[in-house]
Design a protein around this ligand. Structure first.
Ligand code: E4P
Length: 276
């Protein structure tokens, strides 16, 4: 499984790439907002365009998803083409992120604008990451429209189910992949899905079953256990926030083991090895 970093923070991106385990980057308008606020607070002067170029270079040739901000096919297509035209020459790694359904309210007539945009961009060989996917049905439609990736948002489904079940914990806490019961003793679900991991798992199963050429990019991941479960579910990619990637390496028994091994080093062995 590939690991993408879910961040627009250049410092985080560079550090995570230095660990040798990152295969790409995903951004969204909220992550860009966070990065811009951090830049402003630091007093650093850099244009948005230059900042994106630095991010594309930092990705070392791996894919970087940049999201459009429109809600109609016309605007999203224009933005997708613009992003690709302006930035793909930097490192050849731009992926355009398009919402599966850009409606801002039911019945506003925008429901199919995302799919139409995906189709138009895919026809021009521009890779699309279809975002805000909350059901395997949406994933199927996005893949049929030509998306290269679909991003099921595991954590946000869990947020919703956690609230419905009044299940304890915050949004970064683990939510059981098998789901939980509500106060009435009935399993809470959304459209038959009991957890975000199940959403990812069903997208994977559906694509395998029908031999669909589209990668499942597990998104909105909030803790290491959720990353593990998405990996076991067969996700092609997990996009993981910096803090969660950092948590994935930690274990108190590893620290305990290191301390014990360091204590046991004998001079005979230490003298044999270069000091670096
Ligand atoms: C995915 O591409 C999104 O950027 C991201 O995973 C959303 O995560 P969140 O639900 O924690 O905001």
């Amino acid at each position: 499984m590939k690991i993408f970093i879910d961040s627009a923070d250049l410092q985080q991106i560079r550090e995570a790439f230095s660990w040798g385990i990152v295969d790409g980057i995903t951004t969204n308008p909220s992550l860009i907002k966070k990065a811009v606020e951090k830049l402003k607070a630091s007093g650093e002067q850099v244009s948005m365009g230059d900042y994106i170029k630095l991010m594309l270079e930092a990705a070392q040739g791996t894919p970087v998803s940049l999201e459009v901000i429109g809600t109609t096919e016309k605007v999203m297509t224009a933005q997708g083409l613009w992003l690709h035209e302006h930035f793909n020459s930097v490192a050849g790694n731009v992926v355009v992120k398009i919402p599966v359904n850009p409606s801002l309210q039911r019945g506003d007539g925008l429901s199919y604008e995302g799919l139409k945009t995906i189709r138009t961009l895919a026809e021009r060989d521009i890779p699309v990451n279809c975002t805000l996917v909350f059901s395997p049905e949406q994933a199927l439609l996005a893949a049929k429209a030509g998306a290269a990736y679909v991003s099921p948002f595991a954590g946000r489904i869990d947020d919703m189910l956690r609230a419905r079940a009044a299940y304890p914990g915050s949004k970064t806490d683990y939510f059981p992949a098998d789901g939980v019961k509500g106060a009435d003793g009935v399993m809470v679900h959304d459209n038959g899905l009991r957890s975000g991991v199940q959403l990812v798992s069903e997208c994977v199963a559906l694509f395998h079953m029908h031999d669909i050429d589209c990668q499942v990019l597990a998104a909105s991941l909030r803790n290491p256990q959720q990353v593990r479960e998405c990996a076991i579910a067969g996700a092609d990619v997990a996009t993981v926030p910096f803090e969660v990637i950092r948590d994935m390496i930690d274990h108190p028994k590893t620290v305990e083991g290191m301390i014990a091994f360091c204590k046991d080093i004998v001079p005979e062995y230490a003298d044999l090895l270069p000091r670096g």
